[in-house]
Design a protein around this ligand. Structure first.
Ligand code: 26V
Length: 833
């Protein structure tokens, strides 16, 4: 065989980082002394009295120290060389645990392991002590975290701006099968990674009055004086983000809300102790909780306050930094601002306010600057997820911004009229104000107009954007919409999550594969090598044993690591169709019971994901998974060949355990509805085969791995559209499929819910009479494809060849590739290393 071999002892257990930096001069003794010093002087503990958590803090602080010099050097170079900076504005950064990530990128994992061992402390134990910051809902927030890591790895000077939520996404507990939400208090034991910057306190105004300033006698284009009724301070907290090999370090700056006056002393002295704190509580509520934004209409005023708070703080901060060395009109040469969805879209109006009212730039020039700095990423086409704000609320909370939005809109509509786009229907469609019903400001339209580039997150999604939500905008601004298919960071999702597979890749493709993921393509030449199949299978098997232990511990379900691990992990949403998977599970269960002696492929169906707290149907789907699991898992006639497990509290850390242990990846959304998906990429990268629809990035995964190595089924986006137009009553479809009819009947009649036989009646009625997500319509195709999957599993050579082909072709899905594309086509910054 023509590939390099590094022995396990050369590399050491989990020693990817050692290989990355073989000449790392950091020595064990120095690190050990640093940790003990941190323990004493920063944690205030004597080593003989220290608890595991004290060691954890001391270790993190030591690691943080190691990033500081590189951090300062990075900032100094950016300044000295006047490099253009990228600002990534996002209400969510789902960063995950940082200890192993930082160690890995600094090349310090093994040195640290040894240093701690000398102190009698186990690095793996410390790893699991770290709280998992849940500062995001799902895909959008995790993408922001992957992109931050890639920008640092590529050496692109960048700042992430967001909110330092005291409470992240709720902790999910399954009680009696139902999801319960509990607060996520990730900050209780202090956050060792961040630096508080109390000196950076930026005033953010709300409400109040506006007066025109007639200095230059203009017609509404001139500056105005806004006197807010209320002010909240935004306090900065900085976390260094270390890139691969520690060459560059960027900053994640999260804002915390603080009332300018801690309490009203007069009220307190009068004995009104609660009233004295009221204004403070109201101000500080802004950074209290992350909105579960998958929830229907986050129409709350607090959400708008959050959006303006962080957009304004970030813009004021970056303009101040720019003005330190440059005049305001060079802003577009020095700054690129990416809007992660419409959540920071009010920033477009805020930028205009800051330029026109505060920095005295004329309107035309200000608009030119604004559109050259901003660009916007759209992450969903779901109409209920497109943000808009009631005009009266905007007028009350942000009166000056409402004036600015009206003026932007008037000029925009005038321009279109002059271009001959006179008809009222078109003008209404591209107006910033939605006039159907009570008037609302459309944040997608504001983002589009205020940006020079607007991107979708997969090829299909971008095309659908042009045909649906932004159809009329696309007609008038051709070329503004571009595609940037999502990517994932391989440092976290391959090197850290799956060191066994990483070692295999290094052996086959050489150590350069750690820097250049496209080198994984070399694996393709060995796709049929049965010795490698054996090694890949052994890596997978070890990962599955670890996951089996977690399933046993958290669900009380015993599973066989030799069974196929069939995995669907993502937010629970009707369009993602967990229900389709459960229905197929019920059908398979029925078939196994009908033919108990047949040679069935053993499977474990693994689910994980959170439902928005107010999303009743999604919570019912979780309950159904649990009800089916209880019946199936207890049925002795199956002899363990089918098991179902719902793992509670899905988060980044759990994903890191499940993904490397997955054989089959379920990506079965209704075509046209999943903008991209990124879990699909993580699973394929780790060698799971995909069963999926022609949706989002699944299509591009298909193009890369080839149709022989992926299981594609179901309607296309165009067919979905046609079917919806033709009507969604599925009674005929169901009547034509005895398997589906039986599965629906069993669930609907209470076979899995004897305590409440009618529990799932509504769910079943929905997919019978009005099947918006085409669950019934796609069932037969899905079940047939699952049978093909089972057949392939019984042919290990075929299965592992496909797995190797998947891994080998996934290099393109690195977030480094995605970020290089943003750098070149959107931000106009050098694409980095
Ligand atoms: C928000 C809402 C709010 C109202 C109720 C329904 C609903 C459904 C989904 C969302 C999430 C919108 C933003 C989002 O997270 N999109 C995800 O972004 C990922 C990164 O681009 C992408 O991979 C996922 O396909 C996409 O769903």
């Amino acid at each position: 065989m023509g590939y390099h071999r590094f022995t396990a002892s050369q590399l050491g257990e989990g020693a990817v980082s050692q290989l990355a930096l073989p000449s790392q001069d950091e020595d064990v003794a120095a690190l050990r002394r640093l940790i003990v010093g941190k323990l004493a002087y920063s944690v205030g503990k004597d080593p003989i009295a220290a608890r595991e958590h004290d060691w954890f803090l001391a270790t993190c602080l030591a690691v943080r120290d190691r990033t500081i010099e590189r951090w300062m050097a990075s900032t100094r170079t950016t300044k000295a060389e006047k490099k253009k900076r990228v600002y990534y504005l996002s209400l969510e950064f789902l960063i995950g645990r940082m200890l192993m990530d930082s160690l890995n990128n600094l090349g310090l994992t093994e040195t640290m392991r040894a240093a701690l061992a000398e102190l009698g402390v186990d690095l793996e134990a410390l790893r699991s002590l770290e709280p998992d910051p849940a500062l995001g809902n799902g895909g959008l927030g995790r993408l922001a975290a992957c992109y931050m890591e890639s920008m640092a790895s590529l050496g692109i000077p960048a700042h992430g701006y967001g909110i330092r939520y005291e409470n992240g996404l709720f902790r999910q507990v399954i009680q009696d099968g139902w999801q319960q939400e509990f607060p996520d208090t990730w900050l209780t034991h202090r956050n060792p990674w961040e630096f508080e910057r109390p000196e950076i306190a930026i005033p953010i105004g709300f409400g109040g009055t506006v007066e025109a300033v007639h200095a230059d006698g203009t017609d509404g284009h001139g500056p105005a004086a806004w006197t807010p009724a209320e002010t909240v301070d935004a306090i900065a907290y900085d976390t260094p983000v270390v890139g691969w090999r520690g060459r560059h370090v960027n900053t994640l700056r999260l804002w915390s809300a603080r009332a300018p006056d801690p309490l009203r002393l007069d009220a307190f002295n009068r004995g009104d102790h609660v009233g004295a704190l009221e204004a403070r509580a109201r101000a500080e509520a802004i950074s209290q909780v992350l909105y579960p934004s998958d929830e229907s209409s986050a129409g709350e005023e607090l959400r708008l306050r959050q959006e303006y708070f962080f957009a304004s703080a970030s813009l004021q901060d970056l303009i101040r930094r720019h003005l330190d060395s440059e005049p305001i009109d060079t802003l577009p040469d020095q700054v690129a601002i990416q809007l992660n969805d419409t959540h920071p879209a009010i920033g477009v109006a805020e930028m205009m306010r800051l330029l026109v009212d505060v920095h005295h730039v004329g309107w035309e020039k200000a608009w030119d600057i604004t559109t050259r700095v901003f660009s916007y990423t759209n992450h969903t086409l779901l109409p209920e997820a497109l943000e808009s704000w009631p005009v009266p609320l905007m007028e009350r909370l942000l009166p000056r911004h409402m004036q600015i939005i009206y003026l932007i809109n008037a000029l925009h509509l005038d321009r279109l009229r002059k271009q001959g786009a006179g008809d009222e229907a078109t003008l209404a469609a591209v107006s910033l104000i939605d006039e159907h019903g009570p008037r609302r400001v459309r944040m997608g339209a504001l983002s589009f107009l205020g940006s020079h580039r607007v991107n979708g997150v997969s090829a299909l999604h971008t095309e659908l954007m042009k045909e649906t939500v932004f159809r009329d905008f696309h007609a008038h601004f051709p070329g503004r919409i571009v595609n940037k298919t999502n990517g994932i960071t391989f440092r976290r999702w391959l090197h850290e999550a799956n060191p066994g597979l990483t070692r295999l890749l290094v052996d086959v493709a050489g150590p350069q594969v750690l820097d250049d993921p496209e080198r994984m393509a070399r694996l393709a030449e060995h796709a049929h090598d049965t010795a490698l199949h054996g090694r890949l299978a052994a890596v997978r098997r070890a990962n599955k044993e670890r996951l089996a232990a977690i399933i046993d511990e958290r669900c009380g379900v015993r599973v066989d690591p030799d069974a196929m691990f069939d995995v669907q992990i993502k937010r629970i949403h009707e369009y993602k169709r967990q229900l389709l998977n459960i229905l197929e599970t019920v059908a398979l269960y029925g078939a196994m019971r009908a033919h108990p002696t047949a040679d069935w492929t053993p499977r474990v169906k693994i689910f994980a994901g959170k439902a928005a707290a107010s999303y009743h149907q999604a919570k019912l789907i979780i309950k159904l998974a649990g009800d089916v699991a209880r019946v199936v898992n207890a049925d002795a006639t199956l002899r363990g060949r089918l098991k179902v497990a719902f793992l509670p509290n899905y988060n980044v850390s759990l994903a890191e355990r499940i993904i490397p242990a997955s054989d089959l990846s379920e990506q079965i959304s209704t075509a046209g509805m999943e903008a991209s998906g990124t879990g699909n990429m993580k699973l394929a990268l780790n060698g799971a085969l995909t069963i999926g629809t022609l949706d989002g990035a699944n299509i591009e995964i298909l193009e890369h791995v080839g149709q022989d190595n992926i299981f594609i089924f179901g309607m296309t986006a165009a067919e979905v559209e046609a079917r919806r137009a033709a009507g969604l009553d599925m009674r005929e479809t169901i009547a034509a499929s005895p398997t589906l009819a039986q599965a629906l009947d069993e669930i609907g009649s209470g076979r899995f819910s004897p305590d409440e036989p009618e529990r799932y009646r509504g769910l079943i009625d929905a997919i019978t009479f009005h099947d918006h997500f085409l669950v019934s319509a796609d069932f037969d195709a899905y079940a047939a494809k699952q049978a093909e999957v089972a057949t392939r599993w019984r042919d290990p050579k075929g299965w592992w060849t496909s797995a190797m082909m998947n891994i080998s072709q996934m290099g393109w899905f690195s977030s480094d590739r995605a970020i290089r594309e943003y750098a070149e086509d959107i931000w106009n910054v050098p694409p980095g290393r």
